[in-house]
Design a protein around this ligand. Structure first.
Ligand SMILES: [Zn+2]
Length: 337
């Protein structure tokens, strides 16, 4: 497809396609005082910019920094949950919580509404307690990344090379508790052994919300081809992470680096297992031609130019994650606390 045709089609898709970003850390910045509902030039994501980019469903991570310490992880996550619900309440219907297939069905591209799905990034937030899964479920959480970079009560993280352990007994119990409630399980940041343990333990499909291809850039946060294949065999989807450090050894990544990862992953497991997981507002740097979420149509045009069909591109933009969420989430919203 020519550059001009790709640009025109990309513009159209960002008004009518179901677009999903499987990972942002925007709630962390809401805690630090940024108004999620106001357009700012800070960071990468806020509601007006998501609407401009045509994002239909945004997954918001709940994440606690290591400095918070074991006693602080839970408080940190709960404050992010509160900031999400406060934003929902103040948004006049423009930010809508997504907790069920029913609510997902109600999301329509181009209707001026962004769906928000809450996801725990790092099971240390659960404080070693299975009841926390139930409590967070009632607070609206529907996804869990088992670890961040380091060991916790569930498993080892990907940046603990000296440890190399997999899922603990508690980790396996949490997996069962999450699947019983219709949560989406996420392998991004998990150790390699933990990944394989989860592939064995999980009954349903599992995602990598924000991870790239190890074969294109060998970083411990990226997935090896055999991991991609295993994830796809279970019906999983991999969200492309925009962080330059995961894309290339060059100091500054570009859109083309991101496209290289997309092409490789699609070659190994098919474009129907590929999605977006920007990591916006969780990364200190973006590709130089993708400064914030409003630049997403440039990525779409680059994918089309690289040879992805319109249908494949619609899948990558969100159709694939939508299909997965639709198969995993509980049928209808359940009573809250
Ligand atoms: Zn992350």
């Amino acid at each position: 497809m020519s550059a001009a045709a790709a640009e025109a089609l990309a513009r159209r898709l960002h008004g009518e396609a179901f677009i999903v970003d499987a990972h942002t850390d925007a709630l962390l910045h809401a805690l630090r005082g940024r108004d999620l509902l106001a357009r700012t030039s800070q960071g990468h994501v806020d509601l007006p910019r998501l609407l401009e980019a045509g994002v239909t469903l945004q997954v918001f991570a709940l994440w606690a920094p290591r400095e918070a310490g074991p006693a602080g992880y839970l408080a940190h996550a709960l404050r992010q949950v509160a900031s999400f619900w406060q934003a929902v309440d103040r948004s006049a219907g423009r930010l809508r919580p997504i907790r069920s297939r029913q609510e997902l069905d109600g999301l329509v591209p181009g209707a001026g509404v962004v769906g928000g799905l809450l996801s725990i990034e790092g099971g240390e937030i659960l404080q070693g307690s299975l009841e926390m899964v139930e409590i967070f479920h009632r607070l609206g959480v529907r996804a869990l990344g088992l670890t961040w970079n380091h060991r916790n009560e569930l498993a080892d993280g990907c940046l603990d090379p000296e440890a190399g352990g997999g899922l603990t007994r508690f980790g396996r119990e949490v997996v069962r508790a999450c699947e019983a409630r219709g949560w989406v399980l996420d392998v991004s940041h998990l150790s390699e052994r933990g990944f394989w343990d989860l592939m064995e333990t999980a009954q349903g499909p599992v995602i990598a919300s924000h991870s790239n291809a190890h074969a294109v850039h060998p970083h411990p946060r990226n997935l090896r081809d055999e991991q991609l294949v295993a994830l796809a065999q279970k019906g999983g989807v991999v969200g492309l992470n925009f962080y330059p450090g995961f894309l290339t050894h060059e100091a500054r990544g570009t859109l083309q680096d991101l496209v290289r990862h997309a092409v490789h992953i699609a070659q190994v497991i098919g474009p129907e297992h590929l999605g977006l997981g920007s990591d916006f507002d969780g990364i200190s740097q973006t590709p130089e031609d993708l400064p914030d979420v409003t630049a997403l149509p440039r990525l779409t045009a680059a994918l089309l130019e690289a040879g992805f069909s319109e249908e494949e591109t619609r899948g990558i933009l969100g159709g694939n994650f939508r299909r997965l969420f639709q198969s995993v989430l509980p049928v209808a919203e359940e009573p809250s606390l």
